[in-house]
Write a protein that binds this ligand. Structure first.
Ligand code: ATP
Ligand code: MG
Length: 374
């Protein structure tokens, strides 16, 4: 045996565990914590000092499933994984979906000398799954809506034609003209909604060029500031100036962000505040076969309005869902469609009473040859 090699291998092991993005916690045979890596600190919100030398089941008393997995591993000496159903209660009060695997650590004997528990953060995986479910639901609704729109448009044309003929037959002073005018106006309104719906279900394909997010967002804010002047809204921009133009359809992206900024402005009370920020999230990547992993640009639009109830949250992306008098309920559905067409997705965080955060994640790619921007 070469002690120097042993030593450098040990150093490598330490570095790997220290830098792993998964939480690693090791316990001895009695369940006392003997290793707590930095990721474990950030997952749990507990420091190494607070955790080392303490009993696992005491610190994680509320995490009964994890305590149970650890106990089973120590007793039976075999690895156990729970991929799906564990929610880690963090010290901030938030819950993080995680997968946990526990493996025994053997020394010389046949009985385990301890166990190592590894947690993986599934938040982003869950977000992507939710975005996928939403997209599925939307494409089904899209097919249904396109069929319906087609069926309704023809009879509507007939109604409008008949009302216009009737209008011509009536004397110019006839009080009945008021009714025909209402019929024509309302038919046109329904027609407008159908056009918008058809646009949503069969949007034009995006024309990918350079989309300068800072410019798009600054222009939108300029316009919205003007529109919201009488309500004294405050718009605060935190744009990362180092983000270059990305690959995207600038007009469609402007429509997406305008819808979100408008929703935020409409939700707040007079004097309310809307924050808009851009940043690069390189902790998770868009993976496509045969390509380099691509980080995301995240654009966040937050407001201090009333937020969205859990019940409404399920439905806000559904076409025609609106809580506003005069709203069409097509704004967010359109946003979703545009994000999809850029291989991106939208996430919403809201606690009723403390506003909303809409974050749009777009692949951080340059237009030329689809190369990542880094
Ligand atoms: N920032 C927000 N704060 C609170 N609720 C919101 C926010 N953004 C969206 N919502 C909710 O989601 C619903 C759907 O939004 P969406 O943009 O699709 O339609 P709308 O704003 O009601 O109508 P339109 O966009 O046609 O004017 C809204 O009616 C509102 O209830
Ligand atoms: Mg809207």
């Amino acid at each position: 045996m070469c002690p120097e090699r042993d030593n450098s291998e040990a150093q490598i092991f330490i570095k790997v565990v220290e830098n792993l993005d998964r939480a690693v916690i090791a316990v001895d045979r009695s369940g006392r914590i003997v290793l707590f890596n930095p990721a474990a600190e950030s997952y749990t919100g507990l420091s190494r000092r607070q955790s080392l030398d303490r009993q696992f089941d005491e610190i994680f008393a509320s995490q009964t499933r994890m305590v149970d997995l650890l106990r089973q591993t120590l007793a039976a000496g075999r690895s156990i994984t729970d991929e799906e159903n564990i929610s880690l209660q963090q010290t901030t009060g938030a819950a993080m979906p995680i997968s946990v695997s526990v493996s025994p650590i053997y020394d010389q004997s046949d009985t385990p000398d301890g166990a190592v528990l590894i947690m993986r953060d599934l938040s982003r995986v869950r977000e992507l799954e939710a975005a996928l479910r939403q997209a599925d639901r939307q494409s089904m609704l899209g097919t249904l809506a396109a069929g319906l729109a087609h069926e309704v448009k023809n009879p509507l044309g007939g109604i409008r034609g008949a009302a216009q003929l009737l209008n011509m037959e009536l004397e110019s002073q006839s009080p009945l003209r008021e009714y025909t005018t209402v019929v024509i106006r309302e038919v046109e309104r329904v027609n407008g909604i159908i056009e918008e719906l058809m646009d949503l279900t069969r949007p034009r394909p995006p024309e990918m060029g350079d989309a300068d997010l800072s410019r798009i967002l600054s222009d939108i804010v300029l316009l919205q500031k003007e529109a919201g002047r009488s309500r004294c809204l405050e718009f605060v921009l935190h744009l990362d100036p180092s983000i270059p133009p990305i690959r995207g359809d600038a007009a469609l992206l402007a429509r997406l962000f305008l819808n979100l900024v408008k929703n935020a402005s409409e939700s707040v009370e007079p004097g309310g505040r809307i924050d808009i920020s851009t940043r690069i999230a390189s902790d998770y990547h868009l993976l496509s076969p045969g390509r380099r992993p691509v980080p995301w640009v995240v654009i966040e639009i937050s407001d201090n309005g009333p937020g969205i109830s859990d019940r409404d949250m399920e439905r806000i992306f559904t076409p025609f869902f609106t809580t506003k008098p005069g709203g069409s309920g097509l704004g967010l559905a359109t946003c979703q469609k545009i994000a999809d067409s850029h291989q991106g997705f939208i996430k919403v965080n809201s606690r009723p009473g403390s506003g909303c955060v809409f974050s749009v994640s777009l692949p951080f790619i340059r237009n030329d040859e689809e190369t990542p921007c880094f």
